[in-house]
Design a protein around this ligand. Structure first.
Ligand code: SF4
Ligand code: SF4
Length: 300
């Protein structure tokens, strides 16, 4: 099988997780936008640009099972070019089902890292268990430079307060990795909240407010479980690269014969399909309730 197309302009660096900035190396890297988004805490990190969500089944349980088994296998291999290449071939054969984005490479070196294997991260990183400080990322599809230097558009384009809030409220790697690369979804959520509260939301309004943080988490949690997804939809992992090869699909309101919803942007960002008026009513009630919960908590 030919290798997948290389979808990123090299000047931006192709997609790969930036694990350089684990806590003790934070000072060594210049982060576009000033807020590092890839590794957040013991439980929270992102592996979206390594292709983690480019699968048909991206439930937390399925991904954890896959990553946990892969990490155990990696622990047993010899850290040589031959050992790592054999591991790559085996992992790719074990995980060969096509993903929804054919041109988005799914790296077989993404695994679980941290004291309790509690978050996603790169098994080839010099700080990963057993690597003894050697950076093996040069043996990956993208190569070491790309893996070290890629920053997804969220780094550059998201407002700093929004980044800080997403980092604080998405309490596990699965939800965080679905949300943080999705600029459109994050901005739609904040636009609706800010329309309601009539001011730009600052991080301090959420971070010191447990009820508000829980309400925000529930809102972002729709990324994990939204019951109105279209058949054949490619999400909930989004395609965030510069070539815009897979734009979000508009919501079809003609089929149920209804007018576009006031939550149209939110529904589109989540990926939605409504087969009837009552389905749309149910979705609007869920959205209204979730947004109201947040705005009640932060109303000045
Ligand atoms: S998608 Fe963005 S936040 Fe996630 S690992 Fe890649 S660069 Fe970091
Ligand atoms: S080698 Fe590591 S950083 Fe690079 S794409 Fe694979 S998992 Fe991501």
């Amino acid at each position: 099988m030919p290798p997948p197309r290389f979808p990123w302009p090299f000047t931006n660096g192709p997609g790969a997780v930036n694990t350089d900035n684990w806590p003790f190396r934070a000072a060594e890297i210049e982060v576009p936008g000033g807020v590092y988004l890839c590794q957040v805490s013991e439980q929270v990190s992102c592996g979206a640009c390594c292709g983690l969500y480019n699968r048909v089944d991206v439930s937390r349980e399925t991904l954890y099972t896959l990553l946990e088994a892969r990490t155990r296998r990696f622990r047993r291999i010899q850290r040589t070019a031959e050992g790592i290449e054999a591991f790559r071939q085996r992992e790719e054969s074990l995980d060969s089902a096509p993903g929804p984005y054919p041109d988005f490479y799914r790296c077989p070196f993404l695994g679980l890292v941290g004291n309790d294997r509690s978050r996603v991260g790169c098994l080839l990183h010099p700080l990963s268990d057993g690597n003894k400080g050697i950076d093996f990322r040069g043996l990956s599809f993208y190569g070491g430079l790309a893996c070290r230097r890629y920053f997804c558009p969220s780094h550059r384009s998201l407002d700093k307060n929004r980044k800080q809030i997403v980092k604080a409220v998405c309490a596990n790697w699965h939800l965080y990795g679905l949300v943080i690369p999705d600029v459109e979804f994050i901005n739609v959520v904040f636009s609706e909240i800010e329309r309601r509260v009539e001011h730009a939301v600052e991080a301090k309004e959420i971070l010191g407010n447990t009820a508000a943080a829980m309400a925000m988490r529930a809102l972002f949690g729709f990324k994990e479980r939204w019951p109105f997804r279209p058949v054949g939809w490619k999400g909930p992992g989004n395609y965030f690269f510069n070539d815009a090869a897979h734009p979000a699909l508009p919501v079809d309101y003609q089929r149920p014969g209804v007018a576009p919803s006031e939550y149209d942007a939110f529904f589109q960002a989540l990926g939605s399909e409504f087969t009837s008026r009552s389905a749309l009513d149910a979705a609007e009630a869920m959205a209204a309730s979730a947004f109201s919960r947040v705005t009640r908590c932060i109303q000045r």
